[in-house]
Design a protein around this ligand. Sequence first.
Ligand code: GLV
Ligand code: MN
Ligand code: MN
Length: 415
Amino acid sequence: MTHPAPSADGARVLADLNALRAIGAYKAGVHRPTFSEAHLASLQWLVARLPEAGLTGAIDGIGNVLSTSAKPGPKLLAGSHLESQNYAGWLDGPLGVIYALEAARVLNNDPAIMGSVEVAAWCDEEGHFGHFLGSRSYAGSVTEADIDAAADRTSGRSMRAALQAAGLAGVARVQCERGRHIGYLEAHIEQGRTLESERLKIGVVTSIVGIWQYRITFSGEQNHAGTTRMDERKDAGLALAQFCVAIDARFPKLCGPRTVWTTGRITLDPGAPSIIPGRAEMLFQIRDADVAVVARLEQALHAMAGEVNGQGRCSVTVDCIRKGTPALMDDRFQQAIEAASASLASGKSLRMPSGAGHDAQVLATIMPAGMLFVPSIGGISHHWTENTADEDIVTGARVFVDTCRRLLASSTAGR
Ligand code: GLV
Ligand code: MN
Ligand code: MN
């Protein structure tokens, strides 16, 4: 008699996700920024669950939850993140952590399965203090100086102060033990409308977008808003607004089919209606899976800045503050997700690129990595209305657990 493939417990997955949703609840979503009380409580909640999966784990010195299994055989690393954007959704991050926990509970406790799943929750995927600080620390690319320089983009609190308040100052940061894992698997909500509009259940991620970010600073002349005639002004705020419009006119001629660009925070200094702003700053982001496209757009930004400088009214500088490389997902992982979808989601899967950034792109620099998506209702994310149908969450969990099982089995078969 063949041993039936062990499966995810859908009710348990939904109960866990709802338990996390109650930690830092905000309307239908959560407000759980990095190192907030709610975020730390969610990390402790996860650490307390690990023994159910035969795992030993703790929060490391950068706020990652990392765990190890003593079970012999191949080890698969799986996870996502538990902090949220401010006042945002309940599934962005937790879905992947709970799927990983469920896979570990199901597979690690089954003596018929060779090997185990080790669960991780990466700190600050949402970039409150930096970008991918947790997973990059694990990959060995965050220095102590990077931590010294990091500060919360909302409150300005330094990362050192946040670590101190969390009781993590002086706690060691765990780095990847090369060769320990056969790879890394992450699940996530799609955060777009592709799966929903095509009535599909599983996205098999092929690549993850590269994210480049800029601080663009305009300098003019601060002066009185009542007495300075329009033709004499050096209004840095107006120069910024014109720059935004110029980007939208120029980029479409240079971009690729899936390139996106976004202006984040705009600050006018001093930002008072009776004072012409002498300084203005915008945070600006470009995303594409092709570095050559982003590099072309970056060149355009510099050329446009040169034109503004040439006009002589205001000056502008363009500083790149983040250059995230795109990542390709491992083909063996894609095949395993597809095989699991064929068996548990009626084959309703689609290979697709990810326009969102994920820790899997950092992990892909040190081990084979794969990602699967479940549908997002209306494609909404980074907003508290973000949601996925319970039925789709459960299907995704079953496919995830089965993908882990297949990856462990294929790795054992090669030994
Ligand atoms: C991740 O949340 C992203 O902004 O892509
Ligand atoms: Mn996420
Ligand atoms: Mn997110």
